[in-house]
Design a protein around this ligand. Structure first.
Ligand code: FMN
Length: 200
């Protein structure tokens, strides 16, 4: 499993620090059993009323959908994501039917819930020795048409998943950025009692 130099407080689960978003993938396919495990992890995310509003539409490297899915990414993302093993579009159901409701109603948390599922999926991919790289650099209008996504579903993002490769496959500018990034400190985003007056 890849390691990296991200530093966190003692006690943070190492798998969380192992996850990062490379662009240099090695072009290998992902066995179907691993794909199933990756999606199964997403299944266990929490969601409002256990509504599980996430949907994943995917194409496997070498499969008949690959070129069609790749073409929905913006050119920058296409340039590196074409060496991934799996392309996943992440959708969420904007309608929810609560336990006592008779009709579906707008959901407050469909994106929040799908984000939780994506995070578990990314961590499971990491555990299996892959990396998952999220993307919103895609053509949302064409994605809706091409993947026949009904209006009630929000297209949240896409993700490229694969085995990390040598960064020499990337253009020089991207090679320089091919490293795990840092983070804000905890005191910059967590506040006891209230947001500070100068919160932006
Ligand atoms: C919703 C979302 C959209 C993103 N869109 C893109 C993208 O279009 N292209 C890209 O190269 N990276 C994209 N990223 C990757 C982020 O830049 C990356 O997650 C962030 O810099 C933190 O780095 P890390 O994931 O390596 O920890 C996206 C990530 C997320 C979660």
């Amino acid at each position: 499993m890849a390691t990296n130099l991200r530093i966190a407080a003692a006690g943070v689960e190492p798998l969380i620090l192992e996850r990062w978003s490379p662009r240099a993938f090695d072009g290998s396919p992902i066995p179907i059993e691993d794909i199933q495990t990756i999606f199964d992890a997403a299944r266990w995310a929490p969601s409002a009323f256990n509504s599980q509003p996430w949907r994943f539409v995917y194409a496997r490297r070498g499969g008949e959908d690959w070129a069609r899915f790749l073409d929905l990414l913006l050119p920058f993302n296409r340039s590196w994501a074409d060496r991934a093993g799996l392309l996943v579009f992440i959708l969420s159901d904007t309608l929810i039917q609560g336990p006592t409701a008779t009709e579906p109603a707008p959901s407050h948390s469909h994106s929040f819930d799908a984000g939780a599922a994506w995070a578990l999926l990314a961590l499971q991919a990491t555990r299996l020795g892959y990396h998952a790289h999220g993307m919103t650099g895609l053509d949302f209008d064409r994605t809706r048409k091409e993947l026949a996504v009904p209006d009630r579903f929000r297209i949240e993002a896409a993700a490229a998943i694969g085995r990390i490769g040598d960064k020499s496959v990337l253009p020089e500018a991207l090679q320089a950025r091919e490293a795990p990034s840092g983070r804000k400190s905890v005191v910059e985003f967590s506040f006891e009692g209230a947001l500070p007056a100068d919160a932006r």
